[in-house]
Design a protein around this ligand. Sequence first.
Ligand code: ADP
Ligand code: NI
Length: 220
Amino acid sequence: MAVFSSEEIIARTIDFVKNELQDAEGGHDWFHIERVYKNALLISETEEVDKTVVSLGALLHDIADSKFHNGDETVGPKKAMDFLSSENISAEILEHVIKIIENISFKGGNKIQKFHSKELAVVQDADRLDAIGAIGIARAFNYGGFKNRKMYDPEIEPNLNMTPSEYKASGAPTINHFYEKLLLLKDRMNTETGRKIAEERHLFMEKYLQQFYDEWNGVK
Ligand code: ADP
Ligand code: NI
């Protein structure tokens, strides 16, 4: 079997992921992966991490969203495993990347995150950054539209005490998602660089919400 350099494996992984995500919905398409990959490389500049593991973890982290596989969280890691096994990379890197994919979407709910590494911390921060700021706002409304949700309803208050399945079933307006998740992310960042970027994007979301309410209420 041919042995590829790290750059070659990353290039081959990019091709594989692009192809797999051809028909993916807007929130988890190739461009989401590309942004997470770029965020992850940016954060890696100030962290001592294995860049190959970070790159492969970022590129493969959403290869199969469990939301679209009847909640089956094993489909993504299995697809990634099948791909990486054919790439002749070291067992150590392969296992680490799979662990990142299995643990990344820990939502901070009841589930206990079982695996920790600096590389996972970086990819998780990079993924969270794409859920906040201007892009995060766009993704939230895109998701809400996909689910036929209201943008906002002043009568339906955000609820921070739902279990993950109650949350999924709640059908709450998209603005509530800001309070239930997006505005909480800046305090969940793992790395210093991630936290700094998150603070700026957080302020932008607060400004956005103020403007949203002003326009809603006919102010200005
Ligand atoms: P991840 O990227 O960690 O897999 P999700 O699959 O939960 O995150 O969400 C993908 C995108 O859809 C994110 O930008 C997220 O904010 C958005 N999203 C998820 N649930 C909702 C919701 N109830 N309302 C609005 N946006 C949502
Ligand atoms: Ni993601």
